[in-house]
Design a protein around this ligand. Structure first.
Ligand code: CAO
Length: 564
């Protein structure tokens, strides 16, 4: 079997274009005219086809490589009847060169001058786009009133194998746009009318190839040259030599992202993996909005790229990253009626954070009770005295003050891990979990060491309201050094709260109840508050956690200790 080199054919005026997709790999069997790679300039993308059938022995280009006419793309082992003349090494390049030298160079045709109408308006027409017929308009970049520069892209058109941007041949203000997304256009179709336009280039008027071209091909379309090249040796005319997209119908690889060159470029600049973006354009085409939405979702943590998911096992929803068996997939509808509802944004974000924290922190929870009989009496009388002020004090405000005292006494609870070091914070900002219609949020009260219980109560009620109204800003949810999650207003006995990383501990509080407590002589009724302290065992030891809880209990049972 003969080895055949397949090279980049005549691609018009382009010196170098980047390889953006490899459509085959070593060992693949390819048909004649099957696309091998996609190349792209800043204005168009095109697929480079194979000149012959065969098995790919060597792939001579990599993603990101720059190629030009004559660059070696693959070495094939030619198959059967496909090995003849066309399959001879370098045949495609030779053929293409012959075709191109036999034809007028495309650039002059392409840079035909705009036609100035009597009114001073300039009509912009679809330039010579070779053999393409009825190409669809997939993007419109401009709108009436826009100031247009020479060579600025007006629209993107697309055939089944190539997409190209059609630039303006003149500068001016866009008066009328004659096409819209979904229209099909052909050479000579009127695209736009500019006003107050300036002639395109000095060379333009000398470059008109014929009177026919002058009347229709009014733009200066690098686009015409960017259309996929002909690999055929028999290109009969200038048009065919420049613009024949040589691809076998149906040979397009399945699953490639469907996007225009400018969207691909935009995605590359942002580092967005285009094949992971869902296209919402016509026929599933990926638009710039889709790329932007994907970027926002990844930045906010609501979505992950595949690369991120592979690197961050804690976020891997199927457990694969942890080496766990996959999440069970059950067709619930088999067992009864169901309703599927997408989770809200906040739930998705907090879910991803909770999962990471639960998986990555070796957390232990200590449960304890604090006698708050006297404190509750004080709280009730304080609220009576302050009835008119409108500020209601709940147990949580006292707990915040008590926790600050405990955090000062046991500073590792107010620290964060940074590699092998502990960062001790000399500020005491306390987060509190707030149940909102959109999900769990954690507003932060700053500098609780400097604030009294009344001020803390007031700030807490304002922040909780903002959280429920969905009006909390990022600054109001950041910087906490310790968090309290209180279910006291709801019920329950104990629970195991999840640490809010990078904090190292969290206090869970449940509903206080009257209980019989042995005072050494007898059982007495005392109001007992259930406390659940979860701590990061990398930073805190069990003994320290027990001491923290005991100290907290002492303060809550006699708040005067805070003065000591
Ligand atoms: N024991 C008994 N009663 C308690 C109590 C406790 N530990 N804590 C509060 N209460 C009482 C209050 O005194 C108040 O009673 P009155 O209405 O008779 O005055 C009532 O419960 C409601 O209190 P509250 O919930 O409005 O106020 P709060 O300061 O205790 O809590 C807030 C505020 C925002 C933390 C709370 O509303 C909330 O959202 N809690 C849920 C937190 C959560 O979801 N945690 C779970 C996180 S893990 O998923």
């Amino acid at each position: 079997m003969a080895l055949v080199e397949v090279k980049v054919p005549d691609i018009g005026d382009f010196d170098e274009v980047a390889v953006i997709e490899l459509l085959v790999k070593v060992g693949d069997t390819v048909k004649a005219e099957q696309s091998l790679i996609t190349v792209e300039s800043d204005k168009a993308s095109m697929e480079i086809p194979s000149s012959t059938a065969g098995v790919v022995k060597e792939l001579k280009v990599a993603l990101g490589d720059k190629v030009k006419e004559g660059s070696l793309v693959v070495v094939l082992e030619a198959q059967g009847a496909a090995a003849p003349a066309a399959a001879a090494p370098a045949a495609p390049a030779v053929s293409a060169a012959a075709a191109s030298s036999a034809a007028p160079t495309p650039a002059p045709v392409a840079s035909a001058a705009p036609v100035a109408a009597a009114t001073g308006s300039i009509e912009i027409h679809v330039p010579d786009i070779g053999d393409f017929k009825d190409v669809a308009v997939i993007e419109v970049f401009v709108k009436p009133g826009d100031a247009i520069k020479v060579e600025q892209s007006l629209i993107t058109v697309e055939s089944d194998k190539a997409s190209m941007e059609i630039p303006s041949s003149a500068a001016g203000v866009l008066k009328e746009l004659k096409v819209k997304v979904g229209d099909t256009v052909n050479i000579g179709d009127l695209l736009a009318v500019l006003e107050g336009a300036v002639a395109a280039t000095a060379a333009a008027s000398t470059a008109v190839a014929s009177s026919a071209a002058a009347s229709v091909a009014t733009s200066a379309p690098s686009a015409a040259n960017l259309v996929a090249p002909s690999a055929s040796a028999s290109a009969p005319s200038a048009v065919a030599a420049v613009a024949t997209p040589a691809h076998a119908p149906g040979s397009a690889p399945v699953g490639l992202p469907h996007a225009s060159p400018s969207v691909r470029k935009f995605a590359r600049e942002l580092g967005v993996p285009l094949d992971e973006v869902k296209g919402n354009g016509p026929k599933g085409r990926i638009t710039q909005d889709d790329v932007q939405a994907f970027t926002k979702a990844v930045m906010s943590g609501a979505a992950q790229t595949k690369a991120q998911a592979a690197k961050a096992p804690a976020g891997a929803a199927d457990g694969a990253g942890l080496g766990l068996i996959p999440w069970p997939k059950v067709d619930f509808a088999k067992f009864g009626p169901i309703e599927r509802k997408e989770m809200g944004r906040i739930k998705k974000i907090s879910g991803a954070n909770l999962l990471r924290n639960a998986v990555m922190i070796p957390a232990v929870t200590n449960h304890d009770d604090a006698d708050i009989t006297d404190l509750e009496a004080f709280r009730v009388s304080t609220n009576k005295e302050n009835e008119k002020s409108g500020v209601k004090v709940t147990m949580l405000a006292f707990l915040i003050k008590a926790c600050v005292a405990a955090l000062k006494k046991y500073p590792e609870f107010n620290s964060s891990l940074d590699g092998d070091a502990l960062v001790y914070k000399n500020y005491w900002h306390i987060g509190f979990a707030a149940d909102t219609p959109n999900g769990l949020m954690v507003p932060v009260i700053r500098d609780c060491d400097k604030k009294g219980v009344l001020q803390i109560s007031q700030e807490m009620s304002e922040l909780a309201k903002k959280a429920r109204d969905g009006k909390l800003g990022p600054a109001e949810m950041s910087g906490a050094t310790f968090t309290i999650s209180s279910l006291g207003g709801i019920g329950g006995k104990y629970f195991t709260p999840i640490i809010n990383a990078p904090e190292v501990a969290i206090l869970g509080v449940c509903k206080s109840t009257m209980e019989p407590v042995w005072d050494g002589k007898q059982f007495v009724p005392r109001l007992m508050l259930p406390l659940s302290l979860t701590w990061d065992h990398r930073v805190i030891d069990g003994a320290a956690a027990a001491r923290f809880n005991a100290f907290l209990g002492q303060i809550l049972s006699d708040f005067r200790r805070l003065l000591l």
